[in-house]
Design a protein around this ligand. Structure first.
Ligand SMILES: Nc1ncnc2c1ncn2[C@@H]1O[C@H](COP(=O)(O)OP(=O)(O)OP(=O)(O)O)[C@@H](O)[C@H]1O
Length: 287
């Protein structure tokens, strides 16, 4: 968790020009495996960028690198104009992991008050903390449950408490690791509406999913496979370029092309970049 220096006012919104995230030759090794393989990409500010791909392709690892919790990261990774993981970024990024990170024996409000006290310590900020807690609870539509113990909430409600914690302090970048896993279609729709509302206020959102219909709700997509980026595009451009009805079909076509390219190159190794249709936004040409 990150906090504000005493006397420093919390930051209200985007303050840095340029992309929210810029990666150059981003490589991550975990154990014996190279999990991210020399990625080049940018994430624009104020939009929802979806990080999609099959289980194990490296989505969480990429997100961990962005928020600065991943070891053995090489290449260049700038976030909001600063090197990923640097101290000034701590109060500017909200991160929701796959596991709800809340205390089950505290109420919704107590959880938020606790994290707000760490984020913005000091008696002088008591009023500001109260405002942030109230706003975060309202944002995730949990006002009717603010006094409920977190341990008594449903899975969807618990996910929303985690999201509320990440929203404290109005971060410029929100990194959400599969926030809709296990939620019913109505809750998923409501959460995506909330993401759009948050992005509409200028917050950049990087959100991972392996549910392809969620790709259609993103402004941009990074499609991943085996630690590489197969495509970096808008959903419309991707469907158009691959001549498919859905992003899912476009993704499957890209995977087939990459597999065929690998199979037709005898010396191809697991670290080789897949061949795609030659669009300027594919990994090959963005190097
Ligand atoms: N601590 C670790 N040590 C070694 N390898 C790891 C470790 N954690 C993850 N990996 C490997 O790194 C690869 C990428 O994992 P990652 O969790 O980033 O994938 P993912 O796309 O987020 O998957 P999922 O959608 O299932 O969450 C996987 O092959 C995984 O086995």
């Amino acid at each position: 968790m990150m906090n504000y220096k005493s006397g420093a006012a919390p930051r209200p919104g985007p303050t840095t020009p340029g992309p929210a995230i810029k990666a150059t030759d981003l490589t991550v090794v975990r154990g014996p495996r190279t999990v991210l393989k020399g990625l080049h990409f940018e994430v624009p500010q104020g939009q929802i960028t979806g990080l999609l791909g099959p289980s194990g392709c490296g989505k969480s690892t990429l997100m961990r690198a962005v928020v600065g919790t991943q070891a053995k990261v090489t290449g260049t990774l700038d976030v909001l104009g600063e090197p990923a993981g640097s101290a000034p970024l701590r109060s500017r990024i909200g991160y929701v992991t796959q596991a709800p990170s809340v205390y089950l024996d505290l109420t919704v409000r107590q959880n938020l008050e606790y994290f707000a006290a760490i984020l913005i310590p000091g008696r002088g900020y008591a009023g500001l903390r109260r405002d942030y807690v109230g706003k975060a609870i309202a944002d995730v539509d949990l006002e009717s449950h603010h006094d409920a113990l977190a341990g008594t909430l449903s899975g969807g409600q618990l996910s929303r408490v985690s999201l509320a914690v990440a929203l404290l302090g109005t971060p410029e970048l929100l990194v959400l690791d599969e926030p809709t896993v296990g939620l019913d279609p109505v809750l998923r729709r409501d959460l995506w509406n909330l993401f759009h509302e948050i992005a509409g206020r200028g917050t950049t959102i990087l959100v991972s999913s392996h549910v392809m219909d969620e790709a259609e709700r993103c402004h941009r997509l990074l499609l991943m496979r085996e630690g590489e980026i197969l495509a970096d595009d808008t959903p419309d451009a991707l469907r158009h370029r691959m001549d498919t009805e859905t992003v899912e079909a476009a993704f499957l076509r890209l995977v087939d092309e990459a597999t065929a390219a690998e199979n037709s190159t005898p010396q191809a190794s697991g670290n080789s970049a897949p061949q795609t249709s030659g669009n300027s936004s594919t990994k090959e040409s963005s190097r």
